[in-house]
Design a protein around this ligand. Structure first.
Ligand SMILES: Nc1ncnc2c1ncn2[C@@H]1O[C@H](COP(=O)(O)OP(=O)(O)OP(=O)(O)O)[C@@H](O)[C@H]1O
Length: 339
Protein backbone atom coordinates (compact mmCIF):
# COMPACT_ATOMS: atom_id res chain seq x y z
CA UNK A 1 0.00 0.00 0.00
CA UNK A 2 1.31 3.42 -0.84
CA UNK A 3 -0.69 5.09 1.91
CA UNK A 4 -2.33 3.59 4.97
CA UNK A 5 -4.14 5.32 7.78
CA UNK A 6 -4.43 3.12 10.80
CA UNK A 7 -7.02 4.29 13.35
CA UNK A 8 -5.94 7.88 12.66
CA UNK A 9 -7.48 10.20 15.22
CA UNK A 10 -7.36 13.99 15.55
CA UNK A 11 -9.05 15.86 18.38
CA UNK A 12 -9.77 19.52 18.83
CA UNK A 13 -10.65 19.77 22.50
CA UNK A 14 -13.07 16.98 23.31
CA UNK A 15 -14.20 16.52 19.76
CA UNK A 16 -12.72 13.87 17.46
CA UNK A 17 -12.54 15.53 14.05
CA UNK A 18 -10.97 12.34 12.68
CA UNK A 19 -12.23 9.36 14.59
CA UNK A 20 -10.13 6.19 14.22
CA UNK A 21 -10.04 6.38 10.43
CA UNK A 22 -8.66 3.39 8.51
CA UNK A 23 -7.91 4.06 4.86
CA UNK A 24 -5.64 2.42 2.28
CA UNK A 25 -4.62 3.96 -1.03
CA UNK A 26 -2.85 1.70 -3.51
CA UNK A 27 -0.22 2.89 -5.96
CA UNK A 28 -1.78 4.50 -9.10
CA UNK A 29 -5.15 4.70 -7.41
CA UNK A 30 -7.24 7.89 -7.51
CA UNK A 31 -9.28 8.17 -4.31
CA UNK A 32 -11.75 10.98 -3.69
CA UNK A 33 -12.91 11.78 -0.20
CA UNK A 34 -16.38 13.21 -0.26
CA UNK A 35 -18.44 14.65 2.57
CA UNK A 36 -20.30 17.65 3.90
CA UNK A 37 -18.56 20.70 5.28
CA UNK A 38 -16.87 19.96 8.60
CA UNK A 39 -16.78 16.18 8.15
CA UNK A 40 -12.97 16.15 8.44
CA UNK A 41 -11.84 15.96 4.82
CA UNK A 42 -9.19 18.66 4.97
CA UNK A 43 -7.97 17.40 8.32
CA UNK A 44 -7.41 13.99 6.72
CA UNK A 45 -5.19 15.52 4.03
CA UNK A 46 -3.30 17.62 6.55
CA UNK A 47 -2.59 14.54 8.63
CA UNK A 48 -1.14 12.70 5.62
CA UNK A 49 0.88 15.77 4.60
CA UNK A 50 2.35 16.06 8.09
CA UNK A 51 0.72 19.43 8.76
CA UNK A 52 -1.53 18.12 11.51
CA UNK A 53 -0.33 15.86 14.33
CA UNK A 54 -2.35 12.80 15.32
CA UNK A 55 -3.81 12.29 18.78
CA UNK A 56 -3.48 8.56 18.16
CA UNK A 57 -3.17 6.08 15.32
CA UNK A 58 -0.66 6.02 12.47
CA UNK A 59 0.02 7.28 8.95
CA UNK A 60 2.17 4.96 6.84
CA UNK A 61 3.70 5.74 3.47
CA UNK A 62 5.12 2.71 1.66
CA UNK A 63 4.65 0.87 4.94
CA UNK A 64 6.78 3.31 6.93
CA UNK A 65 5.32 5.06 9.95
CA UNK A 66 5.49 8.82 9.35
CA UNK A 67 5.46 9.80 13.02
CA UNK A 68 8.12 12.47 13.40
CA UNK A 69 8.72 12.81 9.62
CA UNK A 70 8.33 16.50 8.72
CA UNK A 71 6.06 17.58 5.88
CA UNK A 72 8.85 18.35 3.39
CA UNK A 73 10.38 14.90 3.80
CA UNK A 74 7.21 12.93 3.10
CA UNK A 75 7.32 13.14 -0.68
CA UNK A 76 3.69 14.14 -0.94
CA UNK A 77 2.38 17.07 -2.98
CA UNK A 78 -0.50 19.17 -1.74
CA UNK A 79 -2.63 21.49 -3.82
CA UNK A 80 -5.04 23.66 -1.89
CA UNK A 81 -8.42 25.07 -2.74
CA UNK A 82 -7.24 28.67 -3.19
CA UNK A 83 -4.27 27.60 -5.25
CA UNK A 84 -1.93 30.13 -3.60
CA UNK A 85 0.27 31.05 -6.55
CA UNK A 86 2.99 33.63 -5.96
CA UNK A 87 1.69 36.79 -7.64
CA UNK A 88 5.18 38.31 -8.00
CA UNK A 89 6.55 35.35 -9.99
CA UNK A 90 5.64 34.49 -13.55
CA UNK A 91 4.12 31.15 -14.52
CA UNK A 92 7.48 29.38 -14.95
CA UNK A 93 8.67 30.81 -11.64
CA UNK A 94 5.66 29.36 -9.90
CA UNK A 95 6.07 25.93 -11.46
CA UNK A 96 9.81 25.89 -10.80
CA UNK A 97 9.22 26.71 -7.16
CA UNK A 98 8.40 23.08 -6.46
CA UNK A 99 11.67 22.07 -8.11
CA UNK A 100 13.88 24.69 -6.52
CA UNK A 101 12.99 23.30 -3.15
CA UNK A 102 14.58 20.09 -4.33
CA UNK A 103 17.68 21.86 -5.69
CA UNK A 104 17.40 20.75 -9.32
CA UNK A 105 20.12 22.06 -11.70
CA UNK A 106 18.98 25.11 -13.69
CA UNK A 107 18.87 23.73 -17.23
CA UNK A 108 17.11 20.62 -16.11
CA UNK A 109 14.57 22.70 -14.21
CA UNK A 110 13.76 24.81 -17.29
CA UNK A 111 13.20 21.69 -19.35
CA UNK A 112 10.99 20.19 -16.68
CA UNK A 113 8.93 23.39 -16.42
CA UNK A 114 8.41 23.37 -20.20
CA UNK A 115 7.32 19.74 -20.04
CA UNK A 116 4.92 20.37 -17.15
CA UNK A 117 3.28 23.37 -18.82
CA UNK A 118 2.71 21.25 -21.88
CA UNK A 119 1.27 18.51 -19.72
CA UNK A 120 -1.33 20.79 -18.13
CA UNK A 121 -2.27 22.38 -21.44
CA UNK A 122 -0.41 25.68 -21.10
CA UNK A 123 2.50 25.29 -23.53
CA UNK A 124 4.66 28.39 -23.83
CA UNK A 125 2.92 30.21 -20.96
CA UNK A 126 6.11 30.36 -18.85
CA UNK A 127 6.66 34.11 -19.06
CA UNK A 128 3.06 35.13 -18.49
CA UNK A 129 2.12 36.95 -15.30
CA UNK A 130 0.05 34.87 -12.94
CA UNK A 131 -2.33 37.77 -12.36
CA UNK A 132 -3.15 37.82 -16.08
CA UNK A 133 -4.41 34.23 -16.10
CA UNK A 134 -8.01 33.07 -15.89
CA UNK A 135 -9.15 30.99 -12.92
CA UNK A 136 -8.87 27.77 -14.91
CA UNK A 137 -5.38 28.64 -16.12
CA UNK A 138 -4.26 29.43 -12.58
CA UNK A 139 -5.61 26.07 -11.53
CA UNK A 140 -3.47 24.39 -14.18
CA UNK A 141 -0.37 26.27 -13.03
CA UNK A 142 -1.02 25.18 -9.45
CA UNK A 143 -1.36 21.62 -10.67
CA UNK A 144 1.90 21.82 -12.65
CA UNK A 145 3.64 23.19 -9.57
CA UNK A 146 2.30 20.35 -7.41
CA UNK A 147 3.39 17.75 -10.00
CA UNK A 148 6.85 19.29 -10.53
CA UNK A 149 8.78 17.39 -7.86
CA UNK A 150 7.10 14.10 -8.92
CA UNK A 151 5.42 13.45 -5.58
CA UNK A 152 4.69 9.80 -4.86
CA UNK A 153 1.28 10.93 -3.63
CA UNK A 154 -0.56 13.97 -4.93
CA UNK A 155 -3.20 15.42 -2.65
CA UNK A 156 -5.81 17.86 -3.87
CA UNK A 157 -8.07 19.88 -1.59
CA UNK A 158 -11.17 21.00 -3.51
CA UNK A 159 -9.04 21.26 -6.65
CA UNK A 160 -11.77 22.81 -8.78
CA UNK A 161 -13.71 24.51 -6.00
CA UNK A 162 -13.63 28.09 -7.27
CA UNK A 163 -14.27 27.45 -10.93
CA UNK A 164 -17.53 27.67 -12.80
CA UNK A 165 -19.42 24.53 -13.60
CA UNK A 166 -18.59 24.00 -17.26
CA UNK A 167 -14.90 24.58 -16.67
CA UNK A 168 -14.95 22.18 -13.73
CA UNK A 169 -16.57 19.51 -15.83
CA UNK A 170 -13.95 19.92 -18.53
CA UNK A 171 -11.00 20.02 -16.14
CA UNK A 172 -12.16 16.96 -14.28
CA UNK A 173 -12.01 14.93 -17.49
CA UNK A 174 -8.56 16.34 -18.26
CA UNK A 175 -7.34 15.54 -14.76
CA UNK A 176 -8.57 11.99 -14.90
CA UNK A 177 -6.83 11.49 -18.23
CA UNK A 178 -3.64 13.09 -16.98
CA UNK A 179 -3.47 11.03 -13.79
CA UNK A 180 -4.13 7.87 -15.77
CA UNK A 181 -1.34 8.71 -18.21
CA UNK A 182 1.17 9.62 -15.49
CA UNK A 183 0.11 6.81 -13.16
CA UNK A 184 -0.13 9.39 -10.38
CA UNK A 185 -1.51 8.24 -7.04
CA UNK A 186 -4.06 10.80 -5.93
CA UNK A 187 -5.96 11.52 -2.76
CA UNK A 188 -8.43 14.32 -3.39
CA UNK A 189 -11.14 15.86 -1.25
CA UNK A 190 -14.26 17.56 -2.50
CA UNK A 191 -17.78 18.23 -1.35
CA UNK A 192 -19.01 17.93 -4.94
CA UNK A 193 -20.22 14.43 -5.65
CA UNK A 194 -20.21 14.88 -9.42
CA UNK A 195 -16.55 15.82 -9.29
CA UNK A 196 -15.68 12.88 -7.02
CA UNK A 197 -17.56 10.39 -9.16
CA UNK A 198 -15.98 11.64 -12.37
CA UNK A 199 -12.44 11.72 -11.01
CA UNK A 200 -12.11 8.75 -8.71
CA UNK A 201 -11.39 5.06 -8.98
CA UNK A 202 -12.72 4.90 -5.45
CA UNK A 203 -14.93 7.22 -3.45
CA UNK A 204 -14.78 7.54 0.33
CA UNK A 205 -17.76 9.24 1.96
CA UNK A 206 -17.08 10.90 5.32
CA UNK A 207 -19.45 11.82 8.10
CA UNK A 208 -18.41 13.44 11.38
CA UNK A 209 -14.80 12.28 11.19
CA UNK A 210 -15.62 8.71 10.20
CA UNK A 211 -15.85 6.83 6.95
CA UNK A 212 -19.50 6.19 6.16
CA UNK A 213 -18.76 4.27 2.96
CA UNK A 214 -15.91 3.39 0.62
CA UNK A 215 -16.32 1.87 -2.84
CA UNK A 216 -16.13 2.45 -6.56
CA UNK A 217 -18.33 5.29 -7.81
CA UNK A 218 -20.71 2.70 -9.25
CA UNK A 219 -20.94 0.71 -6.00
CA UNK A 220 -21.59 3.79 -3.90
CA UNK A 221 -24.14 5.13 -6.36
CA UNK A 222 -25.97 1.83 -6.70
CA UNK A 223 -25.83 0.78 -3.08
CA UNK A 224 -25.44 3.69 -0.67
CA UNK A 225 -24.47 2.22 2.70
CA UNK A 226 -27.10 4.06 4.70
CA UNK A 227 -29.64 6.88 4.74
CA UNK A 228 -26.94 9.50 5.35
CA UNK A 229 -24.98 8.51 2.25
CA UNK A 230 -28.15 8.22 0.16
CA UNK A 231 -29.30 11.71 1.19
CA UNK A 232 -25.83 13.14 0.72
CA UNK A 233 -25.83 11.81 -2.84
CA UNK A 234 -29.02 13.75 -3.42
CA UNK A 235 -31.58 10.97 -3.17
CA UNK A 236 -34.76 12.24 -1.56
CA UNK A 237 -36.94 9.14 -1.54
CA UNK A 238 -35.64 7.65 1.69
CA UNK A 239 -38.28 6.15 3.99
CA UNK A 240 -38.50 3.74 6.90
CA UNK A 241 -40.32 0.49 6.16
CA UNK A 242 -40.79 -3.04 7.37
CA UNK A 243 -39.59 -5.65 4.92
CA UNK A 244 -41.48 -8.94 4.82
CA UNK A 245 -40.53 -11.24 1.96
CA UNK A 246 -40.36 -9.22 -1.25
CA UNK A 247 -42.35 -6.20 -0.12
CA UNK A 248 -42.04 -3.46 2.47
CA UNK A 249 -44.73 -1.57 4.35
CA UNK A 250 -44.00 2.15 4.10
CA UNK A 251 -45.72 5.51 4.34
CA UNK A 252 -46.25 5.08 0.57
CA UNK A 253 -48.03 1.76 1.01
CA UNK A 254 -46.61 -1.58 -0.06
CA UNK A 255 -43.38 -1.19 -1.98
CA UNK A 256 -41.75 -4.17 -3.74
CA UNK A 257 -38.11 -4.87 -2.83
CA UNK A 258 -35.49 -6.95 -4.66
CA UNK A 259 -35.24 -10.66 -3.99
CA UNK A 260 -33.00 -11.50 -1.05
CA UNK A 261 -33.38 -8.09 0.66
CA UNK A 262 -32.71 -7.87 4.40
CA UNK A 263 -35.90 -8.40 6.41
CA UNK A 264 -37.53 -6.49 9.24
CA UNK A 265 -37.52 -2.76 10.06
CA UNK A 266 -35.22 -1.00 7.55
CA UNK A 267 -34.68 2.18 5.62
CA UNK A 268 -35.53 2.11 1.94
CA UNK A 269 -34.19 4.13 -0.93
CA UNK A 270 -36.47 4.43 -3.95
CA UNK A 271 -34.58 5.82 -6.93
CA UNK A 272 -36.59 8.44 -8.82
CA UNK A 273 -36.36 6.22 -11.91
CA UNK A 274 -38.23 3.49 -10.02
CA UNK A 275 -41.28 5.69 -9.35
CA UNK A 276 -43.67 4.95 -12.22
CA UNK A 277 -46.62 7.17 -12.97
CA UNK A 278 -49.95 5.90 -14.30
CA UNK A 279 -53.63 6.78 -14.26
CA UNK A 280 -54.94 8.25 -10.99
CA UNK A 281 -57.08 5.18 -10.25
CA UNK A 282 -54.07 2.82 -10.23
CA UNK A 283 -51.55 2.66 -7.40
CA UNK A 284 -50.81 5.34 -4.80
CA UNK A 285 -52.74 8.52 -5.63
CA UNK A 286 -50.48 11.60 -5.67
CA UNK A 287 -50.79 15.22 -6.72
CA UNK A 288 -47.98 16.78 -8.74
CA UNK A 289 -46.62 19.50 -6.46
CA UNK A 290 -43.70 20.73 -8.59
CA UNK A 291 -41.62 19.96 -11.67
CA UNK A 292 -37.93 20.67 -12.13
CA UNK A 293 -36.29 20.56 -15.52
CA UNK A 294 -33.07 18.54 -15.27
CA UNK A 295 -31.85 18.60 -18.85
CA UNK A 296 -32.14 14.89 -19.59
CA UNK A 297 -35.39 14.43 -17.66
CA UNK A 298 -37.94 16.19 -15.49
CA UNK A 299 -37.93 15.66 -11.72
CA UNK A 300 -41.58 15.46 -10.67
CA UNK A 301 -42.34 16.08 -6.99
CA UNK A 302 -45.40 14.17 -5.86
CA UNK A 303 -47.51 14.68 -2.77
CA UNK A 304 -49.42 11.60 -1.62
CA UNK A 305 -52.52 12.10 0.53
CA UNK A 306 -50.48 10.88 3.52
CA UNK A 307 -46.77 10.52 3.92
CA UNK A 308 -43.72 12.37 2.66
CA UNK A 309 -43.23 13.70 -0.84
CA UNK A 310 -41.83 11.48 -3.55
CA UNK A 311 -39.61 12.36 -6.46
CA UNK A 312 -40.06 10.70 -9.84
CA UNK A 313 -37.85 11.01 -12.92
CA UNK A 314 -39.93 11.40 -16.07
CA UNK A 315 -39.05 11.66 -19.71
CA UNK A 316 -39.39 15.26 -20.91
CA UNK A 317 -42.40 14.37 -23.01
CA UNK A 318 -44.30 12.33 -20.41
CA UNK A 319 -44.04 14.59 -17.38
CA UNK A 320 -47.44 15.51 -15.90
CA UNK A 321 -48.38 19.10 -15.08
CA UNK A 322 -48.42 20.67 -11.64
CA UNK A 323 -51.84 19.94 -10.08
CA UNK A 324 -52.39 16.70 -12.03
CA UNK A 325 -53.36 13.65 -10.02
CA UNK A 326 -51.47 10.47 -10.92
CA UNK A 327 -51.25 6.91 -9.62
CA UNK A 328 -47.79 5.73 -8.53
CA UNK A 329 -46.34 2.26 -8.50
CA UNK A 330 -42.78 1.12 -7.90
CA UNK A 331 -40.13 -0.85 -9.74
CA UNK A 332 -38.38 -3.26 -7.34
CA UNK A 333 -35.17 -3.10 -9.39
CA UNK A 334 -34.77 0.58 -8.44
CA UNK A 335 -35.30 0.06 -4.74
CA UNK A 336 -32.47 -0.46 -2.28
CA UNK A 337 -32.92 -1.74 1.26
CA UNK A 338 -30.27 0.25 3.14
CA UNK A 339 -28.11 -0.98 6.00
N1 LIG B 1 -7.41 24.15 14.24
C1 LIG B 1 -8.66 23.79 14.57
N2 LIG B 1 -9.15 24.01 15.80
C2 LIG B 1 -10.41 23.64 16.14
N3 LIG B 1 -11.27 23.04 15.29
C3 LIG B 1 -10.84 22.78 14.04
C4 LIG B 1 -9.53 23.14 13.60
N4 LIG B 1 -9.40 22.78 12.32
C5 LIG B 1 -10.56 22.20 11.96
N5 LIG B 1 -11.43 22.21 12.99
C6 LIG B 1 -12.79 21.66 12.98
O1 LIG B 1 -12.72 20.33 12.56
C7 LIG B 1 -13.84 19.99 11.76
C8 LIG B 1 -13.40 19.35 10.46
O2 LIG B 1 -12.72 20.31 9.69
P1 LIG B 1 -12.21 20.02 8.22
O3 LIG B 1 -11.66 21.29 7.69
O4 LIG B 1 -11.35 18.84 8.23
O5 LIG B 1 -13.58 19.67 7.49
P2 LIG B 1 -13.88 19.58 5.95
O6 LIG B 1 -14.69 18.34 5.78
O7 LIG B 1 -12.64 19.71 5.16
O8 LIG B 1 -14.81 20.83 5.73
P3 LIG B 1 -14.88 21.86 4.49
O9 LIG B 1 -15.51 21.08 3.36
O10 LIG B 1 -15.80 22.92 5.01
O11 LIG B 1 -13.51 22.32 4.21
C9 LIG B 1 -14.63 21.26 11.56
O12 LIG B 1 -15.74 21.24 12.42
C10 LIG B 1 -13.67 22.34 11.96
O13 LIG B 1 -14.35 23.44 12.50
Amino acid sequence: MLLSLDAATVRFGERAVLDAVDLDVAEHEVVCVLGPSGSGKSTLLRVVAGLQPLASGRVLLDGLDQAGVPAHKRGVGLMFQDHQLFPQRDVAGNVAFGLRMHSAPKGEAAERVRELLELVGLPGAGTRAVSALSGGEQQRVALARALAPRPRLLMLDEPLGQLDRSLRERLVVELRELFGRLGTTVLAVTHDQGEAFALADRVVVMRDGRIAQSGTPLEVWQRPADAFVARFLGFENVVPGTVVGEAADTAWGKVPVPEGSAQGPRTLLVRPGGVRLGPAAEGLPCTVAARTFKGTHVAVHLQPEDGPRLEAACALRDAPEVGDVVGVDFDAAEIVVLG
